[in-house]
Design a protein around this ligand. Structure first.
Ligand SMILES: Cc1cc2nc3c(=O)[nH]c(=O)nc-3n(C[C@H](O)[C@H](O)[C@H](O)COP(=O)(O)O)c2cc1C
Length: 185
């Protein structure tokens, strides 16, 4: 797929089914992420691939976390939390793993991680792998961070759901770019 075609046509796929990406497709996604802009080439991120039994276990932790947030959560809400990770066959947790650096502030290391995440979803799209990047309260909840062994200085930047699209991609919206650039002389 032409790069410009991918850039202009990538869309998230909200409904995903098995099979998940192959190891070769994941490797392409990782290599694309490793080519993202990155001040001082720090590669200040890591990722965790959750599949199979891991999705079930993570769902149980999310349910527990929801109960901690609101002990009065009803069964419907708890069930939705338990099933959250299993909305796709593969879930890639993208973790910013910044360290003190004399020239690269924390914010830039987070930005570099986000750039890596975008490269991942773009590379997924280019290979016909459906992807949707989600966050929400789950990325910050201590129980979930602990279960995924996220260190104190780290941040979960995205939970990138991956799989085979089970719905047609939505049409690409046409957006007038003139509001997004000004001239300065
Ligand atoms: C940092 C980040 C966090 C996001 N979190 C969510 C989320 O929690 N839930 C959601 O539906 N979309 C979330 N999105 C947006 C989707 O990934 C997606 O971009 C959006 O639905 C628009 O669809 P499109 O990518 O096809 O334009 C997030 C995107 C980013 C970059």
């Amino acid at each position: 797929m032409e790069l410009i075609h991918g850039l202009l046509n990538r869309v998230s796929i909200q409904r995903l089914e098995a099979p998940g990406p192959t190891p070769e497709q994941i490797e392409v996604m990782l290599q694309a992420a490793l080519r993202a802009p990155d001040h001082a080439n720090l590669k200040p991120w890591r990722s965790i691939m959750v599949t199979g039994e891991g999705l079930t276990r993570l769902g149980e932790v999310m349910q527990q976390a929801q109960l901690e947030r609101n002990p009065d959560s009803d069964e419907l809400v708890l069930d939705r939390c338990r099933k959250m990770p299993s909305r796709a066959p593969s879930l890639l947790v993208l973790v910013a793993s910044p360290a003190d650096h004399p020239k690269v502030p924390l914010a830039e290391q987070i930005q570099a991680t986000a750039a890596a995440g975008y490269a991942m979803v773009l590379a997924a799209f280019a290979q016909g792998v459906g992807a949707v990047w989600r966050t929400g309260w789950v990325v910050e909840h201590p129980l979930i961070r602990q279960a995924l062994e996220v260190e104190a200085q780290e941040q979960i930047i995205g939970m990138i759901y991956l799989g085979t699209p089970s719905v047609a991609p939505k049409p690409v919206p046409k957006i007038d770019s003139t509001n997004f650039i000004t001239d300065w002389h």
